[in-house]
Ligand binder design. Structure first.
Ligand SMILES: Nc1ncnc2c1ncn2[C@@H]1O[C@H](COP(=O)(O)OP(=O)(O)OP(=O)(O)O)[C@@H](O)[C@H]1O
Ligand SMILES: [Mg+2]
Length: 254
């Protein structure tokens, strides 16, 4: 059965998409059958690996709102172990359209149900909000990864996110757990990065991943070539960091 992980933080630009894409590819390269779901109307996960996509199928909007069969919205990639469900800007409408749907928080769960046996891991790249799309992701997930950017105000808004996770655990998905909190864009030369890391460590203790994603220009360049960092520059620090994250997640078991 697939282990479903949501990448979430309502704060924008903290590394959700970079982590979703590169973690998905690193899992696939480690021969874990992986499905990446782009649940953000900004479609950054989709465009970030555009070069790898085979014949384009429907999108997550088609499955969530138009009732398309899940198998018809899965796009294959050049990597044998990686599939993706893409998104486009029309997903923005889903936040509103889902409001009037019965069991509106369970729609993604329904979409994924028929394919759970096909994958080892399903990663959901969430939008930067705590709206219905993110609630759908949390409701169907086993765990969440919370990326935190090593910057000023890193912990701002985190209380609200943790509160949302608690509410989901109480009302929608009692099995939801935190897989880990991930420090991103870490710069060892900056005192600020170290301070944020210390603060996050004292707050989350053993929930903080030992792997830290360093600031690495290759990670920010790769998406403009439509490629994950492993295929753009396999020797880069960014590629290595995401491979160690895979090792750490695999050591958690499933
Ligand atoms: N480790 C890193 N080193 C350098 N640049 C990075 C790193 N991680 C992410 N970036 C860059 O920072 C920006 C924000 O990252 P990303 O898009 O992954 O964040 P996000 O949380 O998905 O944003 P949004 O909330 O808009 O969805 C992007 O331009 C990305 O290329
Ligand atoms: Mg994003």
């Amino acid at each position: 059965m697939a282990h479903i992980i949501s990448l979430t933080n309502q704060k924008g630009g903290v590394g959700k998409t970079t982590t979703s894409v590169n973690l998905a590819v690193s899992l696939a390269v480690s021969e874990m059958k992986t499905l990446l779901i782009d649940l953000d109307p900004q479609s950054n996960a989709t465009t970030g690996i555009e070069e790898l996509l085979m014949e384009s199928k429907g999108t997550i909007y088609d499955a969530l709102i138009r009732g398309s069969a899940t198998k018809d919205v899965i796009t294959k990639t050049q990597l044998d172990y990686l599939d993706i469900i893409t998104s486009t800007g029309d997903l923005v409408g889903a936040e509103v359209e889902l409001v009037s749907v019965m069991a509106r928080e369970h729609q993604l769960e329904k979409v994924l149900k028929p394919i759970l046996r096909k994958y080892d891991y399903i990663l959901v790249d969430c939008p930067p909000s705590l709206g219905l799309l993110t609630l759908n992701a949390l409701t169907c997930s086993d765990t969440v990864i919370i990326p935190i950017q090593c910057e000023y105000y890193a912990l701002e808004g985190l209380g609200q996110l943790l509160n949302t996770i608690r509410l989901v655990q109480k009302n929608l998905n009692p099995n939801l757990e935190i897989e880990g909190v991930l420090l991103t864009m870490y710069d060892g030369r900056l005192n600020l990065s170290k301070q944020v890391a210390d603060e996050v460590r004292s707050y989350f203790e053993d929930k903080l991943f030992k792997t830290v994603i360093q600031r690495n220009v290759r990670l920010s360049e790769a998406p403009s070539f439509g490629k994950p960092v492993l295929l753009y520059d396999a020797n880069s620090t960014g590629a290595q960091n995401y491979m160690s994250l895979v090792e750490e997640i695999l050591s958690h078991g499933n």
